[in-house]
Design a protein around this ligand. Structure first.
Ligand code: CTP
Length: 400
């Protein structure tokens, strides 16, 4: 999470077993610099004492409409914040909201609200499936109200076959970040990110591949989504989990990558080519497993340069970012790729440098554009992703 410092969030907590997880939400948002005002219902304060939230956020917690000196606070807290998160939202809270009730501080502020709402239902799976609850949720559907979850998984009572469980705090926080950061230039833009290695078949069981982990591309996809973009991640083989909210398309060979890209390219406002597709592939893959018998010579042929191939099919005004991974000074090659592949930005790094390149969690890159070269310090791939997207944001807003 990033980019939410100084933003004002109201966290409404209603009373259910999942109330304890609201503590993690309050803590994570506060850690990122948000000002978090927690409002607990009477039932929630049976599960978690308000003082816990006070300690986590460093701010007073609101528990009742009737506290002295706070007569109009439900209106103020409905209007001032940038976002209202309700986690957990119990069946009871949802029912009261759907009826437009204002019988406690939380429902009153929800009725007076101007800020967008992220509502995270949590309840027994039968309570969630009940037609009354479903009808209440339907009634609440409105622009500016996002319902996140519930998830399917273990519930407090029984095995819980159906949805009912509150979405995990970390996921709630990244959705909160997306809502807080939504706006130009990323909101509503289509961003395509490619990530990971390709595999080129040698025979039915063996492949030629490379050391790319895909981490850089996954970090870029996740960061672009958190900034409000619609993101497609086209990812090669690897074990990384797809970032939430992002639509994932898998590729295996460089040819698969080219085909997957052809489908999404016409609508892409931004293309970030962080994948490491092979430059060569076996020219005649064997139809059966090659037996072991002395030295073997494999003939390789060049693959398609996918990024170069996209040149004539890119959407007019699209921002295109390439990567240049070299062993040695990457800047001359990055400059050459910028021109040859008609790119707006090349992220260059030296694979021979400690802490940079594939298989590690950090990177030290230079951002190469027509305006010049900016060398960044060694940082996590997540932090590199934010820097790259800051540059993309600049390029997008210049194009209007
Ligand atoms: N790339 C591509 N298709 C390939 C190989 C690379 O689209 N078959 C893309 C990469 O995703 C990256 C950029 O091109 O964004 C540069 O990749 P790199 O391997 O560094 O460069 P090449 O153009 O292959 O040049 P060279 O191998 O000569 O350095």
């Amino acid at each position: 999470m990033t980019g939410i410092a100084g933003r004002h969030v109201v966290l409404g907590v209603s009373g259910g077993i999942a109330s304890y997880k609201a503590c993690v939400v309050a803590r994570r948002l506060t850690e990122e610099g948000a000002l978090v005002d927690v409002v607990v219902t009477a039932a929630a304060s049976e599960f978690i004492r308000p003082v816990t939230f006070e300690a986590l956020t460093g701010r007073p917690v609101v528990t009742s409409l009737w506290e002295p000196g706070r007569a109009l606070d439900h209106v103020r807290l409905g209007r001032e914040p940038d976002l209202i998160v309700v986690a957990p939202a119990t069946a009871q809270l949802i029912a009261r909201m759907a009826q437009g009730m204002a019988d406690d501080f939380l429902t009153a502020l929800l009725l007076a609200r101007r800020a967008p709402v992220l509502l995270c239902p949590a309840m027994n799976d039968h309570m969630y499936a009940h037609p009354e609850t479903q009808a209440n949720l339907k009634r609440l559907r409105a622009p500016g109200l996002v319902v996140l979850g519930p998830a399917t998984g273990r519930l407090a009572y029984g095995e819980g076959e159906g949805p009912g469980r509150m979405v995990e705090p970390e996921e709630i926080c990244v959705h909160a970040e997306r809502l807080l950061r939504a706006g130009p230039p990323f909101a509503g833009r289509r961003v395509v990110v490619t990530a990971g290695p390709s595999r080129e078949a040698l025979d039915p069981v063996r492949v030629v591949t490379n050391r790319s982990s895909g981490r850089m591309g996954y970090a870029l996809a996740s960061a672009a989504w958190r900034r409000g973009a619609e993101v497609t991640l086209i990812a090669g083989p690897g074990a990384l989990a797809a970032p939430g909210g992002v639509s994932l398309v898998r590729f295996d060979s460089t040819a698969d990558l080219a085909a997957a890209l052809a489908d999404v390219l016409p609508s892409a406002d931004v293309l970030i080519m962080a994948a490491a597709p092979a430059d060569y592939r076996p020219s005649a893959p064997a139809g059966a497993k090659i037996p072991r018998s002395g030295p073997l010579t494999v003939k390789l042929e060049p693959t398609l340069d996918v990024l170069a191939e996209t040149m004539s099919r890119r959407r007019a005004g699209a921002v295109v970012v390439g990567f240049a991974l070299e062993t040695g000074d990457p800047i001359p090659a990055a400059r050459e790729k910028l021109v040859r592949k008609q790119l707006d930005l090349v992220v260059a790094n030296d694979a021979a440098e400690a802490g940079a390149g594939p298989e590690v969690e950090t990177n030290r890159v230079a951002l190469v554009t027509r305006d010049g070269v900016e060398q960044l310090a060694l940082m996590s791939k997540e932090a590199v992703a934010e820097q790259v997207l800051d540059r993309v944001a600049l390029l997008l807003s210049r194009r209007g």
